[in-house]
Design a protein. Structure first.
Length: 203
């Protein structure tokens, strides 16, 4: 058996950005809600514990968070994946206003980001992995519809949205680019087309 690793990359979650905002809210007057908060609080607690323990063990800790990953073999039924499946099936398309900011990264580019972090990331740093070009969620839906129109009307604003709206700066990949030379290789449209083929073409 070998000794302890010299470098450890802890994987966070995009929901932490929401939780950081939630912790500043006043529960007596603010009503925002996100069901993932409990999960992300656990992630934040783990991060803080690792920050304390890693130096004691002589381990270089690097923290990484990724934007929404999109690609084949995703069984989490994420929003954009479900939307694409609805377009294919020509199902009803009912959404919130779509005003919240979002950032989408292909599974290939996410893996590339983590590879570069492992190879070139700086100890103690926190990196966001994604294209770094956040757009309103509605924009992603409309671009998907343009690629694969179903003929069914998109109904924005029909569902309520009662959550934090993150600032665009949250999704910055400047640290990742500057420290590792990371550069995304796939556009959102290429990512959507690949997922569409996965859903529609026989194996």
């Amino acid at each position: 058996m070998g000794g302890l690793p010299s470098r450890f990359i802890q994987i966070g979650t995009m929901e932490e950005a929401f939780t950081n905002e939630y912790l500043e809210l006043d529960h007596n007057q603010d009503t925002q809600y996100n069901r993932h908060v409990i999960y992300s609080i656990a992630k934040i607690a783990a991060k803080n514990a690792l920050k304390i323990r890693a130096p004691q063990l002589g381990i270089d800790l690097i923290y990484a968070v990724n934007s929404h990953i999109m690609g084949p073999d995703d069984d989490k039924n994420s929003f954009l994946q479900v939307t694409l499946q609805k377009l294919i099936a020509k199902e009803e398309l009912i959404f919130s206003t779509g005003e919240q900011y979002f950032d989408v990264v292909s599974v290939e580019d996410c893996a590339l980001g983590y590879y570069l972090i492992g190879k070139k990331g700086k100890p103690g740093a926190t990196y966001w992995v994604g294209p770094g070009e956040p757009k309103h969620l509605r924009d992603y839906v409309e671009r998907m519809y343009k690629l694969f129109p179903s003929g069914v009307e998109m109904q924005f604003g029909k569902l309520p949205y009662n959550d934090i709206i993150l600032k665009k700066e949250v999704f910055s990949i400047d640290n990742l680019v500057n420290d590792t030379g990371y550069k995304p290789t796939m556009t959102y449209e290429e990512t959507v087309r690949k997922l569409h083929r996965y859903f529609t073409e026989p194996v």
